[in-house]
Design a binder for this molecule. Structure first.
Ligand SMILES: [Zn+2]
Length: 251
């Protein structure tokens, strides 16, 4: 019998490796009343409460399906996986893969593959997040595959993106959204192919029509990244730096 891969057990492994507690927190946001609610009692609750009072953080959170943050409270360190319940309708069919992807980020961190650290109030913080995602997602996809997770989460992400694109013509995006386009495109280009996702060729055409300059920049990054062994820590670090500089140049 083949065991179904489990995100929970991967998260438990992260706890062992890092020595820090992993807490999955469902977060409810209500746009109408502009309120946020979290469960009444869970380990590290005051830290999460404080995070959710930061405007920048909340702005990033409402656009995400889930966010993972590491923080300390009275000397104890926690990894929080915050699930955005407002978007649960979109991700609930892929919950296991979504959690596995977050476990992947924490697992890499515990193994010493750190993400780029930039102060959250720095305007470059968003670029650092996307640069880290671009490089880490390549490793996470390989590890998810090794652990037997399918590609449904990555396909779902691209399908959602494709659904929002106009039928034709270029789309204007500014600021950090430009980096987000490059990051999403690289996920689709490096992580998927027509045999796992038949819509892939259409996706390629449509994204190029929508973002010609950004896709050209992303293609250059793709050819640099796909030939690197990112498990080699020095190459991993070098790739993070190079991707970050490229995102800065997108302006
Ligand atoms: Zn990610």
């Amino acid at each position: 019998m083949v065991m179904k891969p489990s995100a929970r057990s991967w998260l438990a492994e992260v706890e062992q490796l890092s020595g820090h507690r992993v807490v999955v927190v469902p977060v409810e946001t209500n746009r109408a009343t502009n309120t946020i609610s979290i469960p009444a009692d869970f380990p590290g609750r005051p830290v999460v409460r404080e995070l959710l009072m930061q405007e920048n953080f909340v702005a990033q959170f409402v656009r995400a399906y889930a966010l993972t943050v590491s923080a300390s409270q009275s000397g104890q360190r926690f990894h929080f996986v915050l699930l955005n319940l407002a978007r649960a309708e979109q991700w609930q069919d892929h919950r296991e893969q979504l959690l596995a992807h977050e476990a992947g980020h924490l697992w890499l961190d515990a193994l010493g593959y750190r993400s780029l650290q930039v102060d959250p109030s720095d305007p470059q913080a968003c670029l650092a997040t996307h640069a880290s995602d671009i490089v880490q997602h390549i490793l996470i996809r390989q590890e998810m595959q090794r652990r037997g997770f399918d590609s449904s989460f990555w396909i779902f992400n691209q399908q959602e993106w494709l659904r929002q694109l106009p039928e034709s013509g270029p789309v204007n995006v500014a600021g950090c959204e430009r980096a987000q386009v490059v990051s999403l495109w690289l996920d689709g280009a490096l992580g998927l192919n027509p045999s796992v996702w038949p819509q892939w060729p259409i996706w390629k055409v449509r994204t190029r029509q929508a973002f010609p300059d950004l896709v050209a920049a992303a293609e250059r990054l793709a050819s640099f990244l796909e030939n690197l062994n990112l498990w080699d820590r020095s190459l991993y670090e070098a790739a993070l730096g190079r991707v970050f500089r490229q995102l800065q140049l997108l302006g």
